[in-house]
Design a protein around this ligand. Structure first.
Ligand SMILES: [Zn+2]
Length: 206
């Protein structure tokens, strides 16, 4: 039901039982597994990705996350075609969302990483990719959708806390730079607060 997808995030709902994001497209990635016993989502990791780097709008991110990237399509793809990676969700430049891994499962997005002394952040995190590049402004629609998604996740999983939202570069410094200098953290935090305040006031409204 592609036509039903709202690109400002207002139609998104997280089902904590299934880990599914209602209102988003779903493309299953094989690059995931169960979280280790006792691990629950405690951290949200924001990423930036574009394939080829700096180009937006192609099918290549989905191809990468489903192990179907064509190595001949671009020189860069030959370098990364063997990667087995995923994220829970991707937010496109227009604010549309594709989910690849149910939130209760472990997506393979962080790699070697550490947060507050805990390694292997994939075990206890939710990874959200923004289609973008470190030095290119992210789109208004992406902030709107990301803030709505983060607010939904915070409500669905009480183990997540509003201050436990970081960039990939924060948990893999020196190795990763995304989502980059272009990402406006104060803007995201303000929008998340607005979303949480709005939902606390009950449903309804125009
Ligand atoms: Zn990343």
């Amino acid at each position: 039901m592609q036509a039903a997808i709202r690109h400002d995030g207002t139609g998104l709902r997280v089902d904590p039982l299934t880990g599914m994001l209602d209102g988003a497209a779903f493309t299953a990635s094989p690059n995931c597994d169960d979280r280790p016993s006792g691990c629950v989502p405690e951290l949200i990791v924001v990423h930036g990705i574009s394939l080829p780097p700096g180009e937006f709008g192609g099918p290549w991110i989905e191809r990468l996350f489903t192990n179907s990237l064509e190595p001949d399509a671009h020189p860069y793809f030959a370098m990364i075609g063997e990667l087995r990676v995923s994220a829970h969700a991707l937010i496109r430049r227009d604010g549309g969302v594709v989910q690849f891994v149910p939130f209760g499962r472990r997506a393979w997005h962080a790699g070697a990483s550490s947060w507050k002394g805990r390694e292997r952040c994939n075990d206890f995190s939710i990874g959200i990719e923004l289609e973008g590049a470190d030095d290119v402004s992210y789109e208004d629609a992406q902030y709107a959708t990301l803030a709505r998604l983060v607010a939904e996740l915070l409500e669905a999983y009480p183990s997540l806390r509003p201050d436990a939202i970081v960039g990939h570069s924060d948990i893999a410094p020196g190795r990763k730079t995304d989502p980059g200098m272009a990402f406006e953290w104060p803007r995201l935090r303000a929008l998340v607060r607005l979303n949480l305040a709005g939902s606390a006031g009950g449903s309804g409204g125009p």
